[in-house]
Design a protein around this ligand. Structure first.
Ligand SMILES: [Zn+2]
Ligand SMILES: [Zn+2]
Length: 747
């Protein structure tokens, strides 16, 4: 028998099956789903066994060199990998590779061990020796005495350091055969010792009770439908997850809880560990490779029945999966931005379906796609419309920055916001100032009337490209010159927009020299643990003002925060993206959720040039239902998801003319293919056009956007794309083509 192996190499020619023979010493150990080391061209790389055959397709079949780890993926995981390959149009090797920790893929997985020593002689013999050695070798005698008292087995390191003993003495005892040395595996655990508390579990509200019962009842059905748990901020979604997990554990099954990377705070981990103790394993990108490997293996062996983790934990190798929770399902960090470009929420739903497990998608602001599915019966909708406890939703005040300008205030703080800041400073309360992630200064906005330049066809913000004096739509390539006066009001204050967190911190320090400020953004949190340090210090009251990007809006709980300021809601509203409205609404809701988590209540100030935009008006009113209605109508008009499945093809390369020519050729090929086959008639092609981020690291980027029928089978869109690439191969070595199905961001 020969093994059929796939490899994880992003090249068209490496997409197929490769045959290898199995050496005698690996017979019986190589299984479907095993990771193996194989010779591949001049190198040796990791491949994955996907099947066996009796007839190899090459004359000289090479041997598999070694096994990478002793774990083979289950049939269910192999089925999931096949789905990912089809849906996201990647190779099977790329899909399977996601399911192993990096240390296994790279052959660097090591089990950490420690040395133990054990008495190799009887206790009586030991006692005699202790007495006889007391003079000649007092240290050995002492070491022996210690192990006799505390043993019979103890870590060698501890015996080395015990009073009166020395490493030399212990070594001598081992050499003489008085002590035995052996190795024991030590787990590298990222969870510091958290006591399992006996803190009483909270009493459920009737709403929580209904949600828990409905979900638990469904667990015993053959095909449970995913649940969309729509609960306002602080409505106690986590408690619902935990109660359902208890029911899952009681059935002898396991659970996976996905949370966005940035909200995977020690607070969150702590909550789960306090409730479930050593049943919890944690997986996220800040772990060391060793910790990651050990946590992964604890799940794989069934030692940890609950895995809490970020995106990639959707592939955690738990046994008997009973439930997957996707908390904050609308979060775009669930989307992997490199191949395979999977969305963990959708992979979670598929994995749950394959495993016949339950699935809960939780959010205060569900994505329009998920809410649409819930209203149309694909998911079951559950609601938690009230906050737990007596806390009111914070009041939201929207400041019209156009009026500020008319009244002569050109600074980035409105009068309301600066008054509120000095007021909180005087009272010793804390506040958060919030700015959308990066300062995109690529959109053009009139500061007098708030008018922003948008594409007449696609209704997304036009982006300014430094290369010319034009603004362009990066969906359809519509283009117009940058206006010098506002086309709406004739005003002259028409500007590129955006400011970074650093700039805001500078302005705060200038205005309030005595305020203690701290910044939390990708710059200040790059180092391991930096995020936690800032959070802890802020929580302790070391700072008055936390200034941050979106990561401050997630999951954190600061009871002393009574003011949240959004410096500019427009940076989010004017992202050149059809999801800009949804992102803005989510942002306002999440940010407001940070305020008023204590007795003092909370106040939110939102500064904007477009106070009348529905995302801002309805965000202010905490009205998700109203927002959904407006947003879904817009999506329908523009044929955006959920009314289409978007497939984004990005071509990048060093030479702009080559990128442009190749993109155009791809579109021509696509049109020909679509014209010839009826089932593809419903596809719309936009572009080619420069991407909003038209140049990244010296590479020019162009894009083609396909709007396909959302009911199209994955194998159909997969075939369309691979046929296109076959018919129109890349003209040059440095040209890259990325295919992104359901893109989360189109920058
Ligand atoms: Zn204007
Ligand atoms: Zn357009």
């Amino acid at each position: 028998m020969y093994a059929e192996v796939v490899v994880d190499i992003p090249s068209e020619s490496a997409k197929g099956l490769f045959h290898y023979s199995i050496p005698a010493d690996l017979q019986g150990q190589v299984k479907v789903g095993s990771a193996v080391l194989v010779p591949f061209g001049p190198r040796e790389i990791t491949g994955y066994v996907v099947g066996f055959t009796e007839t190899p397709d090459v004359a000289h079949v090479k041997d598999i060199r070694a096994l990478r780890g002793d774990t083979a993926l289950s049939d269910q995981m192999m089925a999931l990998a096949t789905w990912i390959k089809e849906y996201y149009t990647c190779s099977l090797g790329e899909a399977i590779a996601q399911m192993f920790p990096a240390s296994v893929r790279r052959g660097r997985a090591r089990v950490k061990t420690e040395s133990l020593v054990e008495l190799a002689i009887s206790q009586d013999e030991a006692k005699t020796l202790i007495a006889s050695m007391e003079r000649r070798a007092p240290r050995q005698s002492q070491a022996l005495k210690i192990i006799l008292e505390k043993g019979p087995v103890m870590p060698r390191r501890r015996l080395n350091k015990a009073p009166g003993s020395t490493p030399g003495a212990v070594r001598a005892l081992i050499q003489k055969g008085i002590l035995n040395e052996m190795q024991r595996e030590v787990l590298r655990s990222p969870i510091k010792k958290i006591p399992r508390t006996r803190r009483p579990v909270p009493v459920l509200t009737p709403e929580q009770e209904t949600a828990v019962t409905t979900i638990v009842d469904s667990l015993d059905q053959a095909w449970p439908k995913p649940f969309l748990l729509h609960g306002v901020t602080a409505s106690g979604k986590t408690e619902v997850y935990m109660r359902v997990i208890e029911a899952v554990l009681a059935r002898g099954k396991s659970a996976i809880v996905l949370v966005p990377e940035i909200s995977l705070t020690p607070q969150m981990t702590r909550e789960f560990c306090e409730r479930f103790g050593r049943d919890v394993a944690v997986l996220h990108s800040k772990l060391s490779p060793g910790e990651r490997y050990d946590e992964w293996r604890r799940a794989e062996r069934g030692d940890a029945k609950i895995v809490v983790g970020a995106r990639s934990a959707v592939f955690a190798p738990v046994r008997d999966l009973g439930l997957i929770v996707v908390d904050e399902e609308h979060e775009n960090s669930y989307k992997q931005e490199e191949s395979p470009r999977y969305h963990a929420r959708d992979v979670a739903c598929e994995r749950a379906r394959i495993s016949k497990a339950g699935c809960i998608l939780g959010s205060a602001t569900p994505s329009v796609e998920s809410y649409y599915k819930a209203l149309h019966g694909e998911y079951t909708l559950l609601r938690l419309p009230h906050r737990v406890g007596m806390w009111e939703m914070p009041t939201v005040e929207v400041i019209d920055m156009r009026e500020e300008l008319t009244k002569g205030n050109r600074s980035m703080f409105s009068r309301s916001l600066s008054e509120a800041i000095s007021d909180r400073l005087a009272r010793g309360e804390q506040m958060i100032l919030f700015l959308n992630r990066r300062g995109y200064s690529t959109f053009v906005l009139c500061r007098e009337c708030g008018h922003s330049m948008r594409c007449p066809e696609c209704d997304v913000a036009l982006t300014y490209h430094a290369a010319g004096s034009n603004i362009r739509c990066h969906y359809c390539d519509y283009e117009e010159p940058v206006p010098s006066v506002c086309p709406n009001c004739g005003g002259r204050y028409i500007r590129y927009f955006g400011a970074g967190t650093q700039k805001i911190e500078g302005a705060v320090n200038k205005l309030f020299p005595h305020a203690r400020t701290v910044r939390m953004d990708t710059d200040t949190t790059r180092r391991k643990g930096a995020h936690e340090i800032i959070v802890n210090k802020f929580q302790r009251g070391d700072y008055d003002i936390l200034i941050g990007t979106q990561m401050v809006a997630k999951g954190l709980d600061f009871p002393n925060v009574t003011l949240v300021g959004v410096i500019s809601a427009d940076t989010c509203l004017n992202l050149p993206d059809y999801k800009a409205g949804e992102r803005t609404f989510q942002l306002l809701t999440q940010v407001a959720g940070r305020a008023g988590r204590g007795e003092k209540g909370g106040h939110v100030i939102v500064q904007t040039y477009s106070p009348e935009h529905y995302a801002i008006e309805l965000g202010k009113a905490h009205d998700y239902g109203g927002f959904y209605k407006e947003e879904v109508a817009c999506r329908g008009e523009g044929l955006y998801p959920p009314f289409s499945r978007l497939i984004l093809v990005v071509v990048s390369g060093k030479s702009l003319p080559v990128v442009e020519r190749y993109s155009t050729a791809l579109v021509r090929t696509l049109r020909r293919q679509i014209g010839s086959l009826r089932q593809w008639k419903s596809i719309k092609i936009l572009g080619p056009a420069p991407c909003a981020l038209a140049r990244v690291k010296g590479m020019h980027r162009w894009q083609i956007l396909l709007k396909a029928d959302p009911r199209m089978k994955p194998c159909d869109h997969n075939k369309l794309i691979s046929d296109m690439l076959k018919a129109c191969p890349s003209p040059s070595y440095d040209i890259m083509v990325q295919v992104d199905v359901d893109p989360e961001s189109m920058l």
